[in-house]
Design a binder for this molecule. Structure first.
Ligand SMILES: Nc1ncnc2c1ncn2[C@@H]1O[C@H](COP(=O)(O)OP(=O)(O)OP(=O)(O)O)[C@@H](O)[C@H]1O
Length: 317
């Protein structure tokens, strides 16, 4: 869907982005991760031509992005930024309706779409006529996302969309993002410097440094098969929490004692639930269960840690 080839952006004698190539498949979430100044935002902004590349190509659905009008391109690609970029003197409804109005949708269709998005993003309809200043940071962030989704773009670019929020709200909204059907079907490129966020939301992660792509792969690839010493070091101090975000209850299954009966009083979770989330549930319940290969597996606090240690040992062997 998006093919980036040998992309470079040069400012005087400094290469902000240096010969970067990657693909983003339809429906995939690719996270651009890296320290400050590593070239993530510049790469993202070249995709919708907010920044023009010095050299290299970007092809979107088989068409060279540089051969298209930037305005037309940006109408088709949703864009979410940290400060949300909401217009303070427009109501929430007017902010969300911005692109559909530019595209001349009829008023009834706009109203229906605005309400639909507000419902999906859990924004009460009483906020329709409120102004951005009357909302909390987390709510404004949801409005920013609703605005980017309004005209149903197939591609969404997000630059630190949760960067301005406190850690608790951030992790809450992150969970909501993952569960949102509207986002599941989108091709997403998202910039963050938060490693856990990258591992939680990314199908694949591209780690950048000094304008170059150091490695691109699944979270497991980066963690367990680092291409360079830089990649290994980058994740070293968060190795365990990242593993918990990488592996699911399914992955743990071979190392858990399989009890013959399913305890109906336990909390039932889907098998793909990541271990970090499963542990969160387990801390508030005696046990959790999940289904794998047509049988239920029950997990207790006393059985999860030995199983996890075996799983990690096997992975790093
Ligand atoms: N307009 C510009 N003129 C000159 N240098 C620039 C310009 N924009 C960005 N740079 C430089 O290019 C490099 C990459 O910047 P970029 O904003 O892409 O990094 P980033 O990884 O997104 O960082 P952050 O996480 O801090 O936003 C930085 O060294 C930055 O100073």
């Amino acid at each position: 869907m998006i093919a980036v080839r040998n992309l470079t952006k040069q400012y005087r004698d400094h290469k902000a982005v240096d010969n970067v190539s990657f693909d983003v498949r339809a429906g995939e979430t690719l996270i651009l991760l890296g320290t400050s100044g590593s070239g993530k935002t510049t790469t993202l902004k070249m995709i919708n031509r907010l920044i023009e590349p010095t050299s290299g190509t970007i092809t979107i659905n088989g068409v060279d992005a540089c051969k298209r009008s930037p305005h037309e391109l940006r109408r088709e690609i949703g864009y979410v930024i940290q400060e949300t970029g909401l217009f303070p003197h427009y109501t929430i409804a007017e902010n969300i309706a911005l692109v559909p109005r530019v595209l001349n949708w009829d008023e009834q269709r706009i109203q229906t779409r605005v309400r639909e998005l507000m419902n999906r993003l859990r924004l009460p309809e009483t906020y329709l006529n409120a102004y951005p200043g009357q909302l909390s940071g987390g709510q404004r962030q949801r409005v920013g996302l609703a605005r980017a989704l309004a005209a149903q773009p197939s591609i969404l670019l997000m630059d630190e969309p949760l960067g301005a929020l406190d850690p608790v709200t951030r992790s809450h909204i992150r969970r909501e993002f993952r569960q949102l059907d509207e986002l599941r079907q989108k091709t997403i490129v998202m910039v963050t410097h938060d490693v856990q966020e990258a591992f939680e939301l990314g199908d694949r992660v591209g780690l950048m440094d000094g304008g170059q792509m150091q490695q691109i792969g699944t979270p497991q690839d980066l963690l367990l098969r680092p291409a360079t010493e830089f990649v290994r070091q980058f994740f070293a101090d968060q190795w365990l929490p990242l593993q918990l975000h990488t592996f699911s209850l399914h992955d743990l299954s071979p190392y858990l004692p399989h009890e013959p009966t399913y305890h109906p009083e336990t909390m039932l979770l889907p098998g793909p639930t990541r271990l970090a989330e499963a542990l969160g549930h387990l801390s508030g319940a005696k046990s959790i269960s999940f289904e794998t290969n047509n049988q239920f597996v029950t997990v207790h606090l006393t059985t999860i840690w030995p199983a996890l240690s075996q799983l990690l040992e096997r992975q790093s062997a």
